[in-house]
Ligand binder design. Structure first.
Ligand SMILES: [Zn+2]
Length: 177
């Protein structure tokens, strides 16, 4: 699987210009991800990427869990932004180690203690807790998790969305501790 995948990357690289979306999916598939919510098995995940949300495509995954369930970093990489937005509530933006992908975690109830922008996160590190801040229904706490392929400027708020479902179905579960 891994070898076949590297072969695909080599072909894509040789082709030069690549569609941003497939490129992002290939980059993501090569990352050894964890499910970002503790105690959720990969097989329990639902693909909510193409669902309609307020007139546009969702372009993210919703992972339902009890309020206060720990949210963990899916990968190593830099925490680039802690941000409170009207739709997302309390959010975290993390880059992958190569700075080509961004991971976005939203509707957090609160952040993990001592979390700071600019620090390097370790895969599996608790970064926050499931909640319903922003536009999530108060009685439906969940993690809204999105991935996007960063452009050359590497702006934390800007990129091509990538569906994380296939990669997370291959992910290691993050057991409750
Ligand atoms: Zn969502």
């Amino acid at each position: 699987m891994r070898n076949r995948f590297l072969g695909v990357l080599a072909v894509l690289g040789a082709a030069g210009a690549i569609a941003a979306t497939s490129d992002g999916a290939a980059l993501l598939a090569a990352r050894p991800l964890l499910v970002p919510v503790q105690g959720i098995a990969p097989q329990a995940l639902a693909d909510t990427y193409t669902q309609a949300r307020g007139g546009r495509q969702h372009e993210a995954m919703d992972i339902m869990a009890a309020r206060g369930t720990p949210v963990v970093a899916v990968d190593d990489g830099k925490l680039v932004k802690l941000f409170r937005s009207v739709p997302g509530g309390l959010t975290i933006y993390q880059f992958d180690p190569s700075g080509q992908l961004a991971y976005y975690y939203a509707h957090l109830d609160h952040y993990a203690d001592g979390l700071k922008e600019g620090t390097m996160l370790k895969r599996g590190q608790v970064i926050g807790y499931v909640g319903s801040t922003g536009n999530a229904a108060p009685d439906g706490p969940h993690l809204h998790f999105a991935v996007f392929r960063l452009g050359p400027e590497k702006l934390w708020w800007k990129g091509e969305p990538v569906n994380p479902y296939a990669a997370l179905r291959q992910a290691a579960p993050q057991a409750a501790r």
